[in-house]
Design a binder for this molecule. Structure first.
Ligand code: SF4
Length: 476
């Protein structure tokens, strides 16, 4: 691979020179310099400044272009932006092109089986704080070798889902009929190889869609094909250096991906400055036992996510594999400067009314996440008052002696008395010893100590809430 030399990142001062200098505050910062700092470490995008002229916009786009190209898969709300990385390890700045998690379907399935598998894939969900996650993309594989069958399968899948599609075939004829059908959905063509690249290049040019280049364990060929594509104006590329799952060969998979990342972000090698992908689903070729293969697939995908891989294609859709994968991804791709806080306020769960219970928690992400997931799960209508503790958990803030005051401020600030008729607050057991302080701070409210564990919230509310209302003289 030829080396071109790493480009130096623009400094905040250099970025500042391209900003309007009006300090208008439209971007959420009091000064343009604060905004320059935010775009420097990628907490904000430069186009969030509302006062840029064309020249400034162009200059900032150039100065802030990451060494790794960003590639968009799909269209609309479910489109995914991958790549755009600048560093080897996330601690240096952060990873940004979140791993797209795709599951495969194939064209030898009957229509009924295909629809069932799509349903099975979309039933898998993971909830983190307020966000629900499901599969990001579907990879349709041309197992039959028949372009007509491939087209039919792609048609069924495209009618069933709005996520990005990955059209998997080494046969340009099959890719042609499929991409013709879904060209407006900006699918990823998988893949151009040393044998078919000329035909796939023509397709990518004609339909303006991204392309994956597959060159197992041969980075020079991978770079050479990518360079030819780029020369011909096709730059939305994803690199697949192969996923090796035979015993003893796993290391090769990681070495290739790390070498590509290093060449891109450290050495500035333009021909490999694209997002990378892997296909853990290839585990099906080396491990016969389904359970074992599913476990190994998940382990491999998780290991790849920690390295900042941009796309993985999987074969085994299951909750126990998907949930940790998503949690890991959200953590690996979280900006290092992102705050571990939820916005304080009153949150509604399951359409509460003025007689519904009010539970109290803090704005620490983890605490909020655990409580809110449980409330979603038990389906009891209720309100959740999220107190601003500066992102501290309930047990941490309890020890500061400030909990009662913070709670009082939240009740007051968010006008809780306008939301509910009753005056009952359910707080966690970890602040039970501060009950008197809370009663003193909120004399109009009855403080009820809730269950110890969030999994007991459902039964607790179902069994006791009406009783609490009755004790307060309210008939539900
Ligand atoms: S919107 Fe633009 S001009 Fe206004 S403060 Fe932000 S960076 Fe400066």
């Amino acid at each position: 691979m030829a080396e071109k030399g790493k480009e130096v990142r623009a400094s905040p001062m250099e970025l500042m020179k391209q900003l309007p200098g009006e300090d208008c505050g439209d971007c959420g910062f009091d000064t343009c310099f604060e905004f320059a700092l935010a775009i420097f470490d990628r907490r904000k995008r430069y186009d969030e400044c509302t006062k840029l002229n064309d020249a400034q916009r162009k200059a900032l786009a150039k100065m802030l272009a990451p060494p790794m190209r960003e590639v968009v898969l799909g269209v609309g709300e479910r489109a995914r932006r991958i790549g755009g990385e600048e560093v080897m390890t996330r601690e240096e700045l952060g990873f940004f092109g979140k791993t797209v998690i795709a599951y495969d379907v194939w064209d030898t399935m009957s229509e009924e089986r295909l629809r069932d598998r799509l349903k099975e894939i979309y039933e898998i969900k993971a909830v983190k704080v307020k966000e629900a996650f499901s599969a990001d993309a579907i990879a349709v594989r041309n197992v039959s070798g028949d372009p007509k069958k491939f087209k039919e399968a792609v048609k069924i899948v495209s009618e069933q889902t709005d996520v990005p599609l990955i059209l998997c075939s080494f046969d340009p004829k099959a890719l042609r009929v499929a991409v013709e059908l879904v060209k407006d959905k900006r699918p990823l063509l998988y893949a151009a190889t040393k044998d078919n690249w000329a035909d796939v290049l023509e397709l990518a040019k004609k339909y303006a869609v991204p392309v994956a280049i597959f060159s197992p364990n041969d980075l020079d060929t991978l770079g050479a094909i990518a360079k030819t594509f780029a020369k011909n104006g096709v730059e939305d590329l994803v690199l697949d250096p192969g996923t090796f799952t035979e015993p003893g060969s796993l290391l090769q998979t990681f070495c290739n991906l790390i070498m590509l990342r290093r060449a891109c972000v450290e050495d500035g090698v333009k021909e490999v400055s694209y997002p990378t992908m892997a296909v853990p689903a290839t585990i099906t070729m080396t491990v016969g036992d389904r359970k074992k293969a599913a476990q190994l697939e998940t382990m491999l995908a998780n290991a790849l996510i920690t390295k900042g891989i941009n796309l993985v294609i999987l074969h085994y859709p299951n909750t126990w594999g998907f949930f940790p994968m998503v949690m890991l991804r959200e953590s690996v791709f979280k900006h290092p400067k992102a705050e571990e806080k939820v916005d304080p306020g009153i949150y509604e769960f399951n359409e509460p009314d003025e007689l519904s219970p009010v539970l109290v928690t803090t704005n620490y992400t983890m605490t909020y996440g655990v409580v809110s997931s449980e409330l979603e799960r038990v389906k009891v209508p209720c309100w959740l008052l999220v107190v601003d503790t500066g992102g501290l958990s309930l047990d941490t803030v309890a020890g500061t002696g400030e909990w009662a005051d913070l709670l009082e401020e939240a009740v007051d600030e968010f006008n809780l008395d306008e939301k509910v008729k009753h005056r009952i607050l359910i707080v966690g057991q970890v602040v039970a010893e501060y009950k008197e302080d809370m009663e003193e701070a909120l004399p109009d409210w009855k403080i009820v100590i809730g269950p110890k564990d969030s999994t007991e919230i459902g039964p607790f509310l179902k069994e006791k809430w009406k009783e609490f209302l009755k004790e307060s003289g309210i008939e539900a």
